[in-house]
Ligand binder design. Structure first.
Ligand code: COA
Length: 333
C-alpha cells in the first residue's frame, strides 16, 4: 500500500523554470499553461499564457518527464523583497495527493534561499482552505508600502500573506513536525500512565451529575490554580457587566483633581474601574470579597462626595442596586 506522500514524491519531480528560451523548458511551460487553463476556467487563456511565458515570472512545477502534474507561477519583486503567487493549480487526476503542498514547500524553499521572506497572493475563494494549510493568512503583517501598487488586483480573490522563517527548512518541515508529534505523544503517554484511572459514571436514578462530583474533575476543581482561574474568569465577567452598565462613565477613570479640586481632601481611599481592572489582571483579587470591597468603595465615595439631590448621587445609588442584583443572580445560578 502506498501513502499519499509516497505517491506524490515518488512520481513527481520538482523543478523551477522560466522562459529562458530553452526548448525543454518551453515545452514544460506550455504544459503548465494547459494545466492552469483547465483548472482556472475563469482566467482568460491569453492572460495565463502571457504571465507564464513572461520572463519575470518563475514557475515551480511538479512533473514526470514532460507531463506536468501541477505548478505555481510567481513573480519576485527584488526591491520589495516579496513574491506574488499568480497561479497555482494541480491537474485533477493528481489532486488530493499532497502535490499542491509539495510544490508550495518548494516555492518557500526557493524564495527563502534568495532571502525573500514574504509571499502574497490573491487566493480564489475555493482555494482559501488550501492556502491556510500552507501557512497563509488573511492578516497582512507587512507594511502597505512593500506591496501596494506592485501586485495585480483580482476581483473576488482573497488577499493572503505567508511569512517565512529564516531557520526553517521548508522541504523538511513536515518530517520535523511528525517527529515532534511522536515525541510529544510519548511524553504525554508517559504522564498519562502515571495518572489514576477512575471508575466510570453511574447514572442510575440520576439525570445530572455536577462536574465537581465527578471523580477526576473533583480533584482538579480542588486544585489551587483551577480555583484561581475560575475566580478570575468569574470576576472578569462581573467586571465587564458592571463597566457596561448605564451611567457608570463617572466611575471609569480616577477623578481629575484639576476638575474637582477638593475631591481628594474629602475622599481618602479613591477607587475607579481602571484601577480595578489593573488589580484584576494582576491577580490581586485572590478572593471575591476583595473585589466586592472595591466596588463598595466606588459607591461609598460617590455617595460621600456628592450631595443627595445631585444626579451623581443617583448614579451611585443605581449602580449599587444593579450591583447587588447581579451578585444575587450569580449566587442563584
Ligand atoms: C488548490 C490545489 C492547488 C490544491 O492542490 P492539491 O494537490 O489537491 O493539494 P494537496 O493534496 O497537496 O493538499 C494539501 C492540503 O490542502 C488541503 N486542500 C487542498 N485543496 C483544498 C481546498 N480547495 N480547500 C481546503 N483545503 C484544501 C488538503 O486537504 C491538504 O490538507 P492536509 O495537509 O491537512 O492533508 C488544487 O486543488 C487545484 O488545483 N485546485 C483548482 C485550482 C485552484 O483553485 N487553484 C488556486 C487558485 S488561487
Amino acid at each position: 500500500m502506498t501513502t499519499k506522500e509516497t505517491v506524490s514524491t515518488e512520481s513527481s519531480e520538482y523543478v523551477d523554470i522560466y522562459n529562458d528560451g530553452d526548448t525543454a523548458n518551453l515545452r514544460l511551460l506550455i504544459n503548465l499553461r494547459n494545466v492552469f487553463s483547465v483548472q482556472l476556467p475563469n482566467m482568460p487563456r491569453e492572460y495565463i499564457a502571457r504571465i507564464v511565458f513572461d520572463k519575470r515570472h518563475i514557475s515551480i512545477i511538479a512533473r514526470r518527464n514532460f507531463e506536468v502534474h501541477g505548478g505555481i507561477c510567481f513573480r519576485p519583486f527584488p526591491e520589495q523583497k516579496i513574491i506574488e503567487i499568480v497561479f497555482c493549480a494541480v491537474s485533477s487526476k493528481f489532486q488530493g495527493r499532497g502535490i499542491g503542498r509539495r510544490i508550495m514547500d518548494h516555492v518557500k524553499d526557493y524564495v527563502q534561499k534568495r532571502e525573500y521572506y514574504d509571499i502574497l497572493t490573491y487566493a480564489d475563494n475555493k482555494a482559501v482552505g488550501y492556502f491556510k494549510k500552507q501557512g497563509f493568512s488573511k492578516e497582512i503583517t507587512i507594511p502597505d508600502k512593500r506591496w501596494k501598487g506592485y501586485l495585480k488586483d483580482y476581483e473576488g480573490g482573497v488577499f493572503m500573506h505567508c511569512h517565512l522563517y529564516k531557520h526553517v527548512n521548508y522541504l523538511d518541515v513536515r518530517k520535523m513536525l511528525q517527529q515532534q508529534k511522536i515525541w510529544l505523544k510519548q511524553v504525554c503517554f508517559k504522564k498519562w500512565k502515571k495518572l489514576p484511572v477512575y471508575k466510570g459514571l453511574d447514572f442510575t436514578g440520576r439525570e445530572k451529575i455536577p462536574l465537581s462530583q465527578i471523580d477526576g474533575l473533583k480533584q482538579i476543581c480542588n486544585q489551587e490554580f483551577y480555583k484561581k482561574m475560575t475566580l478570575k474568569n468569574e470576576l472578569r465577567t462581573l467586571f465587564n457587566y458592571l463597566t457596561n452598565l448605564p451611567d457608570t462613565l463617572i466611575f471609569q477613570e480616577p477623578v481629575d483633581a484639576e476638575d474637582v479640586p477638593d475631591y481628594y481632601t474629602v475622599i481618602k481611599n479613591p477607587m475607579d474601574f481602571s484601577k480595578m481592572k489593573k488589580k484584576l489582571e494582576n491577580g490581586e483579587y485572590t478572593e471575591k470579597k476583595l473585589f466586592i470591597h472595591d466596588v463598595h468603595l466606588i459607591i461609598e465615595n460617590c455617595k460621600k462626595y456628592n450631595r443627595k439631590e445631585t444626579v451623581f448621587y443617583a448614579y451611585g445609588e443605581n449602580f449599587e442596586k444593579a450591583f447587588h442584583e447581579k451578585l444575587q443572580s450569580m449566587e442563584n445560578d
